[in-house]
Design a protein around this ligand. Structure first.
Ligand code: GLN
Length: 199
């Protein structure tokens, strides 16, 4: 699917980065684990996995990774952020509030689906089949954040019960669910297409 072989950086401080490595490898895309800023040298894209955003933020402290990530996202690096990764990128985080990299123009509430239904596999409403490249989409949600505000430059590609759950801002693709846990997910396919478009 990919002509040149782009190498994707996987933020590997904590969380389910290995599932992303496998999903990318199945599509012929190589990845490297990222723990310090120099691991990002030469990457053609970036994956911010799910996990525990508070822990990931703490582990980033003092490494210089956070400011390097902000610079790369602002420079237009393709990014796939899932669940905690979306919380890291959001403009504002509530419930509870925590700091973030503030490069994706959305507001999120952590654990926004409550304790009773905190994890679920849901058929999503595809808002933009052409943008996604598929009319159907499954979402695996694990203590997912809820997106409560979306800025003008952000396209909503899919929803769950009216809430935006898959969003695109330029080359940043953000899923509040876990596409890496669904075999053959069109979300990972779309990320690979965004990467390939680098030519
Ligand atoms: N609830 C987690 C957080 O707030 C995110 C859960 C996930 O990434 N699966 O960081």
């Amino acid at each position: 699917m990919v002509e040149r072989s782009p190498v994707v950086g996987l933020l590997a401080l904590q969380g389910d980065f290995d599932a992303h490595r496998k999903a990318l490898a199945e599509r012929g895309v190589e990845s490297v684990e990222v723990r310090v800023p120099s691991d990002l040298d030469g990457v053609a894209g970036l994956v911010l996995p799910g996990g525990e955003s508070t822990t990931i933020l703490k582990l980033m402290e003092g490494t210089g990774l956070d400011s390097r990530l902000v610079d790369l996202v602002r420079a237009g690096l393709p990014v796939l952020a899932t669940c905690a990764g979306v919380i890291l990128l959001a403009r504002e985080v509530r419930h509870p509030a925590q700091r973030s990299l503030a490069v994706l123009d959305i507001l999120v509430e952590r654990n926004g689906y409550g304790r009773q239904i905190d994890s679920a596999v849901v058929d999503l409403e595809v808002a933009d089949p052409a943008g996604l490249g598929s009319a159907t989409l499954e979402g695996v949600f694990i203590r997912a954040p809820r997106v409560t505000e979306v800025g003008e430059g952000v396209r909503v590609l899919a929803k769950r019960g009216g809430d935006p759950v898959l969003l695109q801002q330029e080359k940043v693709l953000a899923a509040t669910f876990h596409p890496e846990l669904t075999d053959g997910s069109p979300v990972v396919d779309l990320f690979v297409r965004i990467l390939s478009a680098l030519g």
